[in-house]
Design a protein. Sequence first.
Lengths: 451, 473
Amino acid sequence: MKIVIAGIGKFGDYLTRQLAKENNEITVIDINFTGKEALINNEDVNNIEGNALDVKILEEAGVQNSDLLIASMKEDSENVMCALLARKLGVKNTIARIRRPEYIDSLNMIKEPLGLSMIISPKQLTANQIAQTLSIPSAIETTSFFKGRIYVISLKLKEDSKYIGQSIKEISQKLNGNIIVCAIEREDKIVIPNGETIIQAEDKIHITGTRKDINSFLRYGNLIQDKTRQVMIVGGSDISKYLANQLADTDMKIKIIEPNKEVALELAETLDNVLVINADPSDEQTLFEEGIQETDAFVALTGIDEENIVYSMFASAQKVPKVITKINHINLSGITQMAKIDAVVSPHKIAANQVVQYVRAMEKGKSSSCESIYNFGDNIFEMIEFKVKEDFKGINQKLEELKLQDDTLIGAIQRGKNIIYPQGKDEIKLNDTVLVICRNNKVKELNDMIK
Amino acid sequence: MRAKITLNFIGKVLIGMAVLFTFPIFTALIYHENILNFIIPQVISLIVGLLLNAIKYEKNSQIYARDGLKIVALSWIIISLIGALPIYLNHDAPYIDALFETVSGFTTTGATIFKDVEHLDKAILFWRGFTHFIGGMGVLAFVMAIIPLSTKNKSMHVLKAEMPGPSVSKLVPSMKKSLAILYGIYIGLTVLEIALLKIAHMPTFDSIVIAFGTAGTGGFSVLNTSIASYTTMAKYVIAIFMFLFGVNFNIYFLVALGKVKEALKSEELKVYASMFIVAVAIVVLNTVHIFGNTYKAFEEAFFHVSSIMTSTGYAIGDINVYPSTSRVVMLVLMLISACAGSTCGGLKISRLIICAKSIKRNLIKQVHPNAVQVVKFEGKKVSEETIENTNTFIFLYVALILLFILIISFNGYNIETTINAVFTTFANVGLCFNIQNFQEFTVLSKATLCIAMLLGRLEIFPLVSLISDMRKE
């Protein structure tokens, strides 16, 4: 697939690396590549220095013969214009990154006449993910597949948990097979378990199931936590706005602490049902006064990664049950692990995954189309949702007869309205949707998972 | 350890090398010559290559700039050492001479230590020509084009370290495809030349070896008289192809895409062509009285200017008859050489243009201290980093020449010959006034000239960084 990426910021950089891994032919455009040499030297991409709003530069980058243009420059309006120009030059698909919340609704309205294939808003996607995580408080991370019908949650098992010392088979029997443990993160390693694998203390496990089944898993393991009622957000960024809007329909009480008076005023103006506090969160008295010890969830959303990490460490020390940290610099993920911050969200990563998923879905003529994708375990593993088409080789074969690749597992199958937790005797049928857990980039289409 | 990924990469290069040894083995089989001379080095490089390739490097290790330089420098040294074995095993020359010949081959210099090449085995003659062909485009480029590599190994650092020119860019986003296109152009032109030489009544074997020598801008021939005894048409074919191989290959890519107008706009191409025309004109005017007629003088001047400017080093007559002016013109051309992105050695015209423009800018700044000026090349802004690199390169180039001249002077040749010997090896030309071959040089001089040739071909930085790295350890 020929892809042109205009504007190499943090998002563009991460996206380029992800797409380059999948053997796409990528040309990147930026005004200035100083400080971005690492990308050009280490990845198999071509670079063109110049303004991506200049038709000559776009032509030089070969936009006219490309399959996709992704505009990820600083300004939203630049991105829209770049996408328009590229469309005029003959690119097949365009994606524009949009940051400002107020533009998104307007753009969605004129998306079609502009010929935009997709509008991507990292901040909105991040807010979605945080909202999802808050809805199942026991989980560190929560993602949904099959259009929200099943969830994948990850949770860390403490020493007193009931499940420790039990094998996957035993756990499965207790729950009538209505749950799948699809991956275990254990001391920097990721294990795809089989029936004999035994759960150990400090394991981070990823489980798949419907909302109901996950709840019974949690209830049975005494892992259930009280519903999130009070949420404390530090930093009044755009993500905070999105998040507050998303949580408006729930019965959660939201508090936003923002040190800048003008920003705080604007937040109070635009958001109803939210308590905006204009105070300095770096003063621990402020946090105590606003009740950090009573809050159910703490979300650090300031613009500075380091501040977010420190606030989250403080919140964890105050025994806040659920702490979520936003990190922009993906390279800091090692530090967050050391600081024992479990739930980290990274807007660029979330948005880039959306684009990667879109690119994979664009590749036609394959046995299956990728519907949704989620990376976990430091990007070493991923979960992909596929729709089964005619040319999948394993149709109507028993799963135990299919020889799957190493480290590959089927997490769930959706057939019509039913969710199947696959066992050896189950089969994959035409038009099913399946969730595959595998090593990153190993399975690009459904046939790849068979040896 | 980062050394692991370096060694692993060199292993891949050696496997590639083992594959290449198959060609001279075929030649030896055709002419019923000793194939053991090639099988031994082939087996050695295959075994060592496989062993090195089996080294596992850590998953998250990457090739950084210094690794790229190291990989290129070490690979070239190792393939030269192994490539010298066939000549040595065939008892044609002592090892140091064989090494000189091979380095001269890989670096596309074409300076020889053989007084009489006609008595050599056909397979050895083929191998000499073939080293030009491999070295012309680059050994690592070849390996990266054919061997499947993981994303980590597709490092631009390696390509940058091997490809000549001030800035290296890919033709298309995929490195493998870019290299395949370059090799396609390279092989296509070579095949065309072989066909034309056949039409010009050259024997098949000669035309293949000479086409290899032209393509890599090397200069090894199969006859003691170089090109002199072939037909006039063959001479013109070779002269024109030498000129063509001195053009930046990106231009052929543009032509292939149908962008002829854009291709002809190239600043470097224009300067290259004008320098060539002016040089031929000067030499013709300067030598017409020696040859007696303009036609003969033109033929000689056209061929030799083309040969020297593109750092090839074929000859069709005695170059020692040229008067001083012509010699000086040729010495200058030797140092400058042709376009970046071609198979030529030397300084490269694009560097000269960038340097001249930056000098002009600095002169304007002397008069207008507040003037803001941007150096442009091929219609694009040249980054300050590239300018600085170019100027550093030119300084190092001159400094190293002086150093080599001092070392070679111990041989006791006159000053013109000494200077010329250094120029011809350092710029990978191979043609030298007053001396036919390099056999009489001392061992120290031969070793020095080997280093000079490698430094010239790899454009100084890889070897220098390797040496500075070794000092630290």
